[in-house]
Design a protein around this ligand. Structure first.
Ligand code: 5GP
Length: 180
């Protein structure tokens, strides 16, 4: 078993690169089919989705644009507690078919807030495309149109995802096995 230590945690490979790329290709095929004849605008959420977005876009054959956005979360006074601000989006999304590219949906609150704030800018449609989803942890009803993998509630890293800033630069996805 190939393990990797990042700071105080030990990780083991849980999804090898070949399996990731197979599922990325499958999802890109679904997007190519669903958006045939349209020109979607992809919004990739930094930092975690940068590798997923790159691999996905290589398989998308539609005329399309991509922008990279960052989300700044802070505690607010809404009922769900967090407010998400979108940084770096210069595109006018009104009338556009928007596809959000995300690394992982955990509670779903981040995506819920992002979809809410994008909806106010009159897009034609919004779809979520997430590399990973932890279904057991979802706190709200969220329509995740495209997903590569459903995973258990364990902390993962690699293929763009980090632990405390490190570990994004691996080809495989790793799951935490031990805190040392
Ligand atoms: P949510 O709002 O859905 O609870 O949180 C989603 C965000 O939490 C992701 O974009 C990611 O930054 C972070 N996250 C959730 N689970 C994991 C995980 O297992 N590993 C890493 N590296 N980040 C995670």
């Amino acid at each position: 078993m190939e393990t990797l230590q990042v700071k105080d945690k030990k990780f083991a490979v849980s999804i090898p690169e070949a399996e990731i790329l197979k599922q990325v290709k499958r999802v890109a095929g679904e997007i190519n089919r669903d958006y045939d004849g349209r020109e979607p605008l992809f919004l990739a959420v930094l930092n975690g989705a940068f590798i997923f977005a790159a691999d996905l876009m290589k398989e998308v054959v539609l005329p399309s644009e991509i922008q990279f956005i960052k989300l700044a979360s802070y505690e607010g006074t809404t009922s769900t507690g967090a407010v998400t601000e979108t940084i770096g989006m210069t595109a006018d999304i009104s009338g556009r078919d928007v596809v959000i590219i995300e690394d992982i949906v955990d509670t779903g609150l981040t995506m819920h807030h992002l979809v809410d704030s994008l909806s106010a800018r009159s897009p034609r449609s919004i779809a979520i495309c997430s590399l990973l989803v932890k279904p057991a942890n979802l706190k709200i009803d969220l329509d995740i149109r495209y997903k590569c993998f459903e995973i258990p509630n364990d902390f993962i890293l690699g293929y763009g995802l980090d632990y405390d800033g490190f570990g994004r630069n691996t080809r495989d996805i790793y799951t935490v096995v031990e805190t040392v």
